[in-house]
Ligand binder design. Sequence first.
Ligand code: NAD
Length: 255
Amino acid sequence: MRVAVIGAAGRMGSAVCEAVVVDEHLDLVAAVDPLCSGEKDPTDTVVVSESLQHLDPADVDVAVDFTVAEAARLNIHWCANNGVHAVVGTSGLVDGDIASFRSAFTSSNCLVAPNFAIGAVLLMRFAEMAAPFFPTAEVIELHHDNKVDAPSGTAMRTLERMAEASSEWGIDPTEHETIAGSRGGTGPGGISVHSIRLRGLVAHQEVLFGTDGETLTLRHDSLDRASFMAGITLACRVISEHPGVTVGLDTYLGI
Ligand code: NAD
């Protein structure tokens, strides 16, 4: 598959360029990022373009987007309009975006995955399985101190899946917060979510469940951006086999 990496100057985009060039089934044919247009990509393979408009869609099979939500919306529609598959990791996209992608992708496919780390995908699945058995739960997501959005896309998706799996969530007993926000944000199902931003972290998540006399803690740690690369390159290799718009890597992994 011929791959274009969008956001190639970013932390994720540059790692994706490196993962693509070492994958024998993938070819890095284009890189896009206004931050370093005209320069070579981090692997010295292609010259970085300022925007997708500068690419010939006939040269690209799949575009991988790790940018910001406002840019990703436009990039993903460019892919749909030009018959290019889209693998999207950018967070901050909402239900309305997914609905618009579903009507736009008619001749190519799209995967939007809040987390490409296999362990994080499994954590979401395990949280969904545990949800009906525990009346109380809280989600804590922990990220590096440059992350601009909160809560993380993974936390949002985890909350949605827990809320879909059970509607029997206990009522928050808090009547007064001495410091506003102490109980975190309220996500789907009324489940509390807490976002930690700390230098030195990469991407981590805990889901805490509680019922009478027992608790269950699920935790996943991405210790390096390498944790996302196997899922991203897998998605690029097989996206042509998954028609339409898919949310989450689960079906690509067969779980
Ligand atoms: P970053 O700030 O390091 O990189 C973003 C890059 O996008 C920048 O280089 C910026 O110049 C570029 N960009 C902005 N607008 C653009 C446009 N219109 N066209 C091309 N490039 C554009 O951020 P990051 O840490 O690499 O994260 C990127 C996104 O990926 C974030 O939303 C983050 O939350 C998400 N993320 C997802 C996963 C996952 O597994 N799904 C994992 C890590 C990060």
